[in-house]
Design a protein around this ligand. Structure first.
Ligand code: FAD
Ligand code: 2AM
Length: 699
């Protein structure tokens, strides 16, 4: 027999857990950071309840050790997001492959190799493990929470004891409330299982000294000397710290220069940006259909407002050292390096714009309220769902906005300066999630522009329903908008400070500080750099260019198809290449118009059916959408997909568009193929199953 594989002791999470004397182990599968954030929040709450939690990223550990967990003494909690079409997140990929070798047969698929435990039956290796789980998903996708459900079934099949049915959160409805409700139910169950009494398990936010302030996860120390080298100078400028390593991935972005950037719809109501990113020399490669992750910077005005609300404006550039208060925690540092500045932490590393959650308000803001007016206001927002929905979510209130409201209420009530709420920076570190990279479908071909992937992003600006006078700005897209402006106006100096917009309709205050977006390159000239990494996707053209390809890409959903088209020209594709593009107005929003027209003329030389079909929704009194155009060509669509075994692709907004397009295809199968409804649905289902119906959609 083959000798069992040696496991790396550094990747043994159970050993780490025991060294730190922990009794709740939380393992998260996270793609965009939400599940990771939930895992960390759960740990903070567990800690406040007198439990001893630890959070692990499965990417850094080996699943084989799971079997060593001890029922009655330790509890495992899964927090697992589902991505794409029912897939695990990247960081859960290896565990999932091993634990769920056959998703079609969850009960009986082959037992994965686990660390050997005495007295446990071979086919029930997890018989000593007690667990619970919460899945994050979105009901607009067909495979809602599939990943958590699969892991759950496998855990049971492998003998583990489920302490409670899994919770499920729906990002399309109210993920936050689903999580809060689930959390409320788990504590008594965990405490009972571990047999910790109410005094331990049910303790609330009091620490050893008996005060009501929470024990915090991070400690913040102001440090004087940071040295004089270039890293220290960059630190003083409040720039982002990136570890200089050779491999660039989800944890180590590459600082890419931006050779070209422009506004594709300068006269439109919405601005769509085209940015080309130079990854030459980075070692990163991409394939047509992959995603580019952009690590954004927060808007400077928001950073300054928050510093002001924390009474830290004067210290924005002071160096601080941030370390974990728990020597046994899985990570000792919160930021890429132990030292940063207050300003840089808010600018580059923390999500300071998402509305704070109810439990975050009650755990990390409320305890610092000294006046009754502040306490009342915060208690109401934290405890009254409706007040929270209106006063926080409906207004898209940021943390600085919340603190400003408290400050105003205190002023109006005549509260003394020394009685006013001051949020400690260390509490803010528990309150705010980490700023997450945003994904963009790469809009170029990996074959024809291997070193210059481009992205196509619509700039997000909106006025929240509950605060219709004021604008909110999407973090990453407004950052990219500032970058675009800068790239087009290179004469502006580094000391240019906050950089105003070139866009006529640009609302005031949307800009980022250019000072913090510039990075010194080897020649010591100032260059704007954007931290990026490539994420592999499964959105792919057929290898055989003679097969027809039908692409549905309204709005920025056209992004990956620009790459597909470049690729099909390169292949001199003899199969039909058809793009259905939709936008508001022909005049303002026809993205890449000239380029597409030239390219389709070329593609039509290889196959006369190749064409771009447009649907401009607001150029006439009634709406015309891509799915209407699709139905108008029902016979051709049926021929391409059914008779000629073509491929169908949908990209863009997931909620309505992707669903409506699928419905249109079902109708086409009925009208053209003469199928009944359920057969038409099975036909679409089988296209999906065989990879001939692919979606790249986002919420
Ligand atoms: P954020 O700061 O993240 O703000 C977004 C949040 O603002 C929303 O979650 C919502 O809570 C809130 N919000 C937005 N509108 C309103 C409103 N009207 N009222 C109240 N609240 C509101 N985008 C593209 O443009 N092009 C692409 O090619 C592309 N490809 C993607 C591919 C994938 C796989 C994924 C997952 C996403 C893709 N996206 C793409 C979306 C992109 O990643 C970002 O989500 C988007 O650009 C917004 O980022 P932001 O940082 O500017 O906004
Ligand atoms: P609308 O905003 O005028 O309703 C890109 O955003 C294009 O997609 C716009 O023309 C937009 O139209 C359109 N769109 C909106 N909802 C859609 C849906 N459910 N299906 C297809 N296209 C849609």
């Amino acid at each position: 027999a083959e000798a069992p594989k040696e496991l790396d002791p550094e990747r043994d999470f159970v050993k780490k857990m025991r060294e730190g004397n922990k009794n709740v182990v939380i393992i998260f599968g996270s793609q965009t950071g939400t599940a990771e954030d939930f895992a960390n929040r759960l740990a903070r709450e567990a800690h406040a309840k007198g439990l001893r939690p630890i959070v692990f990223d499965p990417e850094n550990y080996d699943y084989q050790h799971l079997s060593k967990l001890r029922k009655g003494q330790e509890v495992l909690v899964w927090i697992l997001a589902t991505t794409g079409e029912g897939e695990p997140t990247d960081n859960m990929h290896a565990w999932y492959e091993a634990m769920v070798p056959d998703p079609e047969d969850l009960e009986n698929c082959e037992v994965a190799e686990f660390a050997d435990i005495d007295g446990v039956e071979f086919d029930r290796p997890l018989a000593n493990v007690a667990y619970l789980g919460f899945g994050l998903g979105n009901t607009t996708y067909e495979q809602f929470c599939a990943h958590m459900r699969h892991i759950n079934s496998r855990m049971k099949a492998l003998g583990a004891k489920q302490l409670m049915p899994c919770g499920e959160g729906d990002d399309d409805a109210n993920l936050e409330e689903d999580f809060t409700n689930w959390k409320a139910k788990i504590w008594p169950i965990i405490c009972e299982h571990l047999q910790v009494g109410p005094s331990q398990g049910g303790a609330d936010l009091t620490n050893d000294s008996g005060s009501t302030e929470p024990e915090l996860e991070w400690q913040v120390e102001e440090v004087e000397e940071v040295g004089d080298d270039s890293a220290a100078q960059a630190l003083r400028r409040g720039e982002m710290t990136v570890k200089s390593i050779d491999v660039h991935d989800a944890k180590h972005p590459y600082m890419a220069s931006i050779p070209t950037a422009y506004d594709l719809s300068p006269t439109g109501e919405r601005h769509v940006l085209h940015l080309e990113v130079n990854i030459g020399g980075s070692g990163m490669k991409y394939r047509t259909g992959d995603h580019l992750a952009v690590w954004p910077t927060n808007r400077e005005e928001e950073v300054q407002q928050l510093l002001e609300a924390l009474s830290l404006s004067a210290k924005a550039d002071s160096a601080i050292k941030v370390t974990n208060t728990d020597p046994h925690a899985a990570s000792a540092y919160l930021f890429p390096s132990s030292t940063t500045t207050y300003g840089a932490a808010l600018r580059h590393y923390l999500d300071i714009t998402s509305p704070p959650a109810r439990d975050q308000i009650s755990m990390f803001v409320l305890p610092y309220a000294k006046s009754s007016v502040a306490r009342d206001l915060l208690t109401q927002l934290a405890e009254d769902k409706q007040a929270y929905a209106q006063g926080v979510v409906g207004k898209a209130l940021t943390l600085s906005g919340l603190l400003a409201e408290v400050r105003l209420a205190e002023q109006l009530a005549g509260v003394n300066e020394n009685e006013r709420l001051v949020l400690p920076f260390a509490a803010l570190l528990s309150l705010c999630s980490r700023l997450q990279p945003r994904y963009y479908s790469i809009s170029s071909s990996g074959t024809t522009s291997p070193e210059r992937p481009s992205i196509t992003a619509v700039v997000l600006r909106y006025q929240p329903e509950g605060d219709a006078q004021n604008w909110r700005y999407g973090v990453a897209t407004n950052y990219l908008s500032t970058i675009t402006n800068y790239v087009n106006n290179k004469h502006t100096s580094r000391s240019g400070g906050i950089y105003g917009g070139v866009m006529a309709s640009e609302p005031a205050g949307s800009a980022h500080s250019v000072t913090h977006l510039l990075f010194s390159d080897a020649e010591q000239t100032s260059q704007v750099r954007v931290p990026v990494h490539v994420r592999t996707s499964s959105f792919r053209l057929p290898a055989d260019h003679t097969v027809p390809v039908v692409m549905i890409g309204p709005g920025t959903g056209v992004a990956p198809f620009r790459g597909f088209i470049q690729e099909r020209i390169h292949q001199q594709a003899t199969g039909a290449t058809v793009l259905f593009f939709g936008a508001r107005h022909y005049e303002h929003d026809y993205l890449y118009k000239a380029e597409f027209e030239t390219q389709f003329a070329q593609l039509a030389q290889y196959n006369p059916e190749s064409a771009i079909v447009t649907a401009f929704s607001r150029d006439q009194p009634h709406k015309i959408y891509v799915q209407h155009r699709l139905r108008e060509r029902a016979d051709m669509v049926w021929k391409w997909l059914n008779d000629l075994q073509g491929y169908f692709y949908v990209c863009g907004e997931a909620r309505f568009m992707a669903r409506d397009v699928k419905d249109a295809l079902v109708q086409i199968a009925q009208s053209e193929g003469g199928l009944g409804l359920s057969d038409a649905e099975s036909w679409v289902g089988s296209l999906k199953k065989f990879g001939r119906y692919q979606e790249d959609v986002w919420a």
